[in-house]
Design a protein around this ligand. Sequence first.
Ligand code: PMP
Ligand code: GLU
Length: 397
Amino acid sequence: MDIEVSKIVQGVEPSATLAMSAKAKELKAQGETVYNLSVGEPDFDTPKHICDAAVDAMRAGHTRYTAASGLPELKAAVVADYKARFGLDYASSQCVISNGAKHSIHNALFATLNPGDEAILPAPCWVSYTELIKLCGAVPKIVATQEQDSFKLTPEAFRAAITPKTRMLLLCNPSNPTGSCYTKSELVELAKIAVENGLFVVADEIYERLVYDAVPFTSFPTLFDGLQDRTIVINGVSKTYAMTGWRIGWLLAPENVAKKIASLQSQETSNPCSISQYAALAALKGDQECVAAMRAEFEKRRDYVAERIAAIPGMTAPKTGGAFYVFFNIKNFLGRKYNGVQVDTDKDWCLELLQQKKVATVMGSAFSAPGYARASFAASMDTLKTAFDRIEEFVKE
Ligand code: PMP
Ligand code: GLU
């Protein structure tokens, strides 16, 4: 007898970013040299003082359950960091530490959305948002943004997407996959519309420390008084401290929501890994020079990749203001043959680029934006150089 899977999981798609990365790794295991610009993961090692803190934690016997919602010292450090950098006052009870920011997003959505609720999602949007919203029985209301607006949600498009069923706006700033960053005044416009319409906002700010051109980052709940009560902020250590494998993320939410999420987590997963939590504590409390150094390196790569794309006739991309992605328009390169293989869609293009040139990217359609592709520049300069040489060759052929 086949076990029938539930109706709710039947519709869940696998993560396309992780799937592309797995494909690249598969080719590599077959002995191919692959230039992997697919997954969004810093190529740097986790800084040594953070790894040392994990070893110390193990040796000190911090190998047992912690509070289900996270180590009190780590929650205190997160809250202190938000006070120091953004002037925001949160109680530790408003912070829940989870198994990565992806888990925090799941918790935030699961604790707030009812079946049938609509959540507004500006697209291009990160692959997991749509599926996580659907898992709650809620409806992702995907709102297309335009390349000429740097893929940012406009107040007009936001207003037009609101219906009586709308409960939430999910905003990723800086954006994965587009790298676009909202200015303070743009955010204020969106926040006002959310307030006028009684919506709450999930603000995924996981890339907030990776912003370029000395443009300051504005955290959503700082925009005006009262907004903190209707915002759930998502953040974590994966991107800022090159700690993707450690699985530590968190959310900051109004007290009633955070408390319910803590209960949910206590039933579902208990605490995230105790050792990783001590490592995250060292990351937050330690010298921040490592963040500055990685950010500076990402900025150099951002400039390099922008130059390479600008030099390819017919290829365009808005400037990346933050995160480590470039989202480029490949519409001019579709509907042709590449070495005899017909390439009609962004998916075909990315798969043939991988097959023929061994360069892994992710198709725009995975981010609800067909006709584009995403490249992560969290890869060494050498990898980027060869990858873009090959992309250039590919589109010329
Ligand atoms: N939000 C965004 C926008 C991301 O790109 C990622 C990357 N996976 C996450 C959340 C989740 O990060 P984590 O590794 O902490 O789960
Ligand atoms: N967020 C990264 C990406 O978009 C990591 C992969 C994932 O979690 O989907 O590539």
